[in-house]
Design a protein. Structure first.
Length: 130
């Protein structure tokens, strides 16, 4: 399936790779860049895969995929892809990677702006998903 990254997702990935280089060196940057790229490819090829979690408390139709599922070693990745399925300009469904967040980050707060930009319905204060 076709996919695209939001500017926020691009910025997230650049920051993750910068910090990975600083903390772990150039070899690990290559390895982690491949994990991120492979994760995006996995989500694009099957956005309903069993490892994708529905995150409706973040926004309508938002899902996440932990990059740990890409790596052969448990605990070797600490980031998640957040994405939605949306029709593209031709009406074909595409995967939109909204953001790539560290496990310690709060998705709802971090994704608020990109969800508005992508016109994803946000839960309201009275919404039980909140």
């Amino acid at each position: 399936m076709k996919h695209r990254l939001t500017p926020k997702a691009d910025t997230d990935i650049a920051g993750i790779l910068r910090s990975t280089r600083k903390m772990f060196g150039p070899q690990q940057v290559l390895a982690y860049a491949k994990i991120i790229s492979d994760g995006i490819d996995m989500v694009a090829s099957d956005p309903n895969r069993v490892n994708c979690r529905v995150q409706d408390d973040v926004g309508a139709g938002v899902k996440s995929f932990h990059l740990e599922h890409v790596s052969a070693r448990k605990g070797s990745a600490s980031h998640q892809l957040f994405f939605v399925l949306k029709p593209d300009e031709d009406g074909q469904e595409e995967v939109v990677i909204l953001s790539v967040l560290h496990d310690r980050m709060t998705p709802r707060r971090r994704l608020a702006r990109v969800l508005r930009d992508e016109e994803v319905e946000l839960p309201t204060a009275s919404d039980p998903r909140r």
